[in-house]
Write a protein that binds this ligand. Structure first.
Ligand code: ATP
Ligand code: MG
Length: 572
């Protein structure tokens, strides 16, 4: 490709709309343009990167026996009504009606439609296992579309669905996908970690892992063990309850005045008592149920764990101050578990019971109780691990202190079990002629998000640094002065040779100053750059520069095409 012909509108200025580096660089390098919030057009270079990642994903899916299909984007509401997710999906789902008033959605995911397909086509155990996948647009009306391709409303996903005869079969399919994902992200040149994760709205009771590209800007926090394999999303990470030392006073429960002290911080300072001896009492509301949640004062509530513990709500939130007042007769800052109405359920984190004496709100303005005993002074109806893990806590596997990192979720693998096959009656007949439910798994990769993640992990002040495997082109030729006939000729010749050798190459044949060309080349991030100037050309030599290391060497023009071809093949 000749740069003069290429639709590659690079920008010198950083666009105001972009907050994170990958978004800024993708706009500046002319890879994408915004059409609406969370909706983008891919320009030629952006599309090439996308296609390269798609190709790697296809190869690895096919290698594991995946069969590519293409499911419809526009999906009828019926199968969604059968699984109950038509309502659960809420505002994130783009919905539309046809001229006959029939309801449809733009697929946010495809469990329903693929299970609908399989229930119609699969009869016998002989047809299983079946691994069906597609690479296609997904639509989610995200609350906060942002960061360019990172969180779009229209984005591109690879989704594979596995159908097996039993749990043991699912285990095999899951492991295949887990391994394929490791290969895919390694081939894309990314530093990543698979982490244990929460199953979220997609459901299923089996295991799930998220594949995280490690980067400072990642939205997800993960903990990992430096000594063993353990790694988990903080939403999921299992917390071991830790006992706190006994407080000195052994006096009976007493009400004390704490004027204006509403937060854990304020009460701790006012009473000169460490936060580990305070209790955090949160009146929460899930759908129309209200309950009291208790945690140690220095801990943070993990809403995902709470939601799971209670069977999942459509909306889980802190109760409004009005609700707190109506039920407990005080402001949220003075809530506590002592003397509460009998029908108010109390859900405590596992550590609460281990607190020998504690301080809590007295359900009266400006009052707290001290010397409260969890055994004698209040009731706990249900106990769960409800808190957020903190870095430095012990690994649940080997007790070494955990470390924290930030990650971008580029993929997730789920064991779904029979949740969808049961709801949609996707069955098969086993060897003995008995009808059984298919056992399913689903496996997604955010192809478009992976582009953004790759940039978040690989850039410098000059622009993007692609790994060879996903770069839009392998190499750019920059003739310093095209008016110089030998330079022009050498450039054209090398361009032809490289194309012949199967190297993806662009020739910067624009009538621009060399500085402009170099800046653009760095910004776009071609892994290799050949600079052809009259001075070195007099010795039949040119400069070869590596984008990642900045390393430049003078090389003979003769044989250069082979050298470059080798570097491309080796992915250097
Ligand atoms: P998130 O928690 O980031 O919203 P998710 O867990 O809802 O993502 P999945 O349903 O697991 O997403 O989708 C599979 C993959 O699709 C994700 O791992 C992610 O890489 C990608 N993905 C999900 N939502 C988006 C989005 N809005 N924009 C771009 N990619 C997305
Ligand atoms: Mg996910």
């Amino acid at each position: 490709m000749r740069v003069s012909q290429l639709l590659n509108p690079t920008l010198r200025e950083v666009p105001a709309e972009a907050e994170i580096i990958s978004h800024k660089l993708m706009l500046r390098a002319g890879l994408i343009r915004k059409a609406a919030a969370g909706i983008y057009t891919y320009l030629p270079l952006g599309l090439r990167v996308l296609k390269k990642i798609e190709r790697i994903v296809r190869e690895e899916m096919d290698a594991k026996g995946g069969q590519e299909i293409l499911l419809p984007i526009m999906q009828p509401s019926e199968p969604w009504l059968e699984t109950g997710r038509w309502n659960v999906y809420g505002e994130e789902m783009f919905r539309l009606k046809d001229r006959h008033d029939r309801e449809f959605c733009l697929g946010p995911t495809h469990e329903e439609i693929v299970t609908d397909l399989v229930r119609g086509e699969v009869r016998s155990y002989k047809q299983l296992p079946l691994l069906l996948y597609q690479i296609q647009n997904k639509y989610r009306d995200e609350r906060r579309p942002r960061f360019g391709l990172m969180r779009g409303r229209e984005f591109i996903m690879k989704d594979l669905y596995s159908f097996d005869r039993d749990e043991a079969g699912l285990e095999v399919s899951y492991q295949k996908m887990y391994d394929a994902y490791c290969r895919i992200f390694s081939r894309c040149g990314l530093t990543f970690r698979p982490v244990e994760a929460d199953a979220g709205a997609i459901g299923g009771t089996g295991g799930t892992h998220e594949f995280m590209v490690l980067a400072e800007s990642g939205e997800a926090a993960v903990v990992y063990c430096p000594a063993c394999d353990y790694a988990a999303n903080v939403e999921k990470a299992e917390c071991k309850p830790e006992p706190v030392p006994d407080s000195p006073a052994v006096t009976p429960r007493t009400m004390v005045s704490t004027p204006g002290a509403k937060t854990i911080e304020q009460v701790s300072t006012f009473l000169k008592i460490p936060k580990t001896q305070l209790i955090k009492s949160l009146l929460c509301q899930g759908d129309d149920k209200v309950f009291l949640v208790l945690l140690r004062g220095d801990r943070e509530l993990n809403e995902v764990k709470l939601n799971n513990a209670l069977g999942g709500f459509i909306s889980l939130q802190l109760a409004s101050p009005e609700t707190v007042y109506r039920i407990l007769g005080c402001e949220p800052g003075f809530v506590g578990p002592v003397g509460i109405p009998k029908n108010l359920m109390v859900i405590a984190d596992l550590e609460v019971k281990l607190m020998p004496k504690l301080v809590c709100g007295a359900n009266q303005a400006d009052q707290h109780y001290i010397n409260v005993s969890p055994e004698q002074d209040f009731r706990i109806d249900r106990e769960f691990d409800l808190r957020m893990i903190e870095s430095g806590e012990k690994c649940p596997g080997c007790s070494v202190p955990l470390q924290e990192a930030r990650g971008i979720e580029v993929g997730q693998v789920f064991k779904l079990g029979d949740k969808y096959s049961k709801a949609l009656q996707a069955t098969y007949y086993d060897e003995s002629g008995k009808e059984q439910f298919c056992v399913m798994g689903c496996y997604g990769i955010g192809i478009s998000r992976t582009i953004a993640a790759a940039i978040e992990q690989n850039y410098d002040q000059d622009g993007i640094i692609w790994s060879m495997a996903i770069a839009p082109y392998h190499c750019i030729i920059v003739p310093v002065n095209l008016k110089d006939a030998p330079v022009k000729e050498a450039a054209e010749q090398l361009y032809a040779q490289l194309r012949e050798a199967g190297v993806e190459v662009v020739l910067d044949d624009r009538d621009e100053r060399p500085g402009v060309k170099f800046k653009d080349a760095d910004l776009v991030g071609y892994p290799l750059r050949v600079i052809i100037g009259s001075k070195s050309l007099a010795n039949e030599q040119v400069e070869l520069r590596q984008r990642r290391t900045g390393e430049t060497e003078l090389v003979d023009l003769k044989g250069l095409a082979e050298i470059i071809k080798n570097k491309v093949d080796l992915g250097l």
